[in-house]
Design a protein around this ligand. Sequence first.
Ligand SMILES: [Zn+2]
Length: 273
Amino acid sequence: MQLTDTHCHLDYNKFDADREEVIQRANDAGLIRLLVPGLQHKSSKEAVTLAEKYPSVYAAVGFHPTDLEEFHQKNFDEVKALANHPKVVAIGEIGIDYYWVKEKEKQEFQREVLKQQLAFAKEVNKPVVIHMREENDAWFGEASVDLLNILEEWQKSLSGSLAEKPGVLHSFNGTLETAQKGLDLNFYIGITGPVTYKNADKKREIIAQLPLEKLLIETDSPFLSPVPVREKRNEPSYILHIADRIAEIHSKSPAEIAAITTQNAARLFAWGD
Ligand SMILES: [Zn+2]
């Protein structure tokens, strides 16, 4: 079985004690590629360092919407320089977060920074990894509306392969309508551990209606541990539990889901066979 984890924060200090073993366990579990997204300039640099050290690790670079305290030209330039690295396959994670950030002025700044990073992604012709979280973790609200407006305007300005494969809506937690709008803009949809939760029937109903060739599976390690390891620190090898659940939802075998999502990721991030 060949699996891909398109979203794991392996630079987090929660992996300091056993990062080597975590990556080894991932490789042993059949994970052929792992994508580590950046949260600001420092973690973007760490993601690139990990990608240089481990053959299966790739990096994305960017500023997360809740990590904008140090977003200014010098640090943005540092991230821009990293984007030329051959193992940097995307700009991310970038986006909108009205769960943690409620001040209107700061939300406005998030949107401004998102637009700047989207413009940069277009410039370097790399897809984007999009984070989106609503106030109170609602399924739909201002964050979805604002994000879709910004992504639509950006996607319409693209051409060629980036227009066809502009990015992924990571750890998707929206309505079917929002997913559909994302798909209409050619975005992929990232599925994380909550799909395995007992009370997630509504989420599973939505995922059942999404085309398999547009799904990616992600652990978001060290967060969002799936059932049955929900009490543990999450790590990429647990992606099997997410593949199992999607297999059940889409009446496929886990091996088929692994192969399809691995192909999807290879198509989006253009990282080889
Ligand atoms: Zn993340």
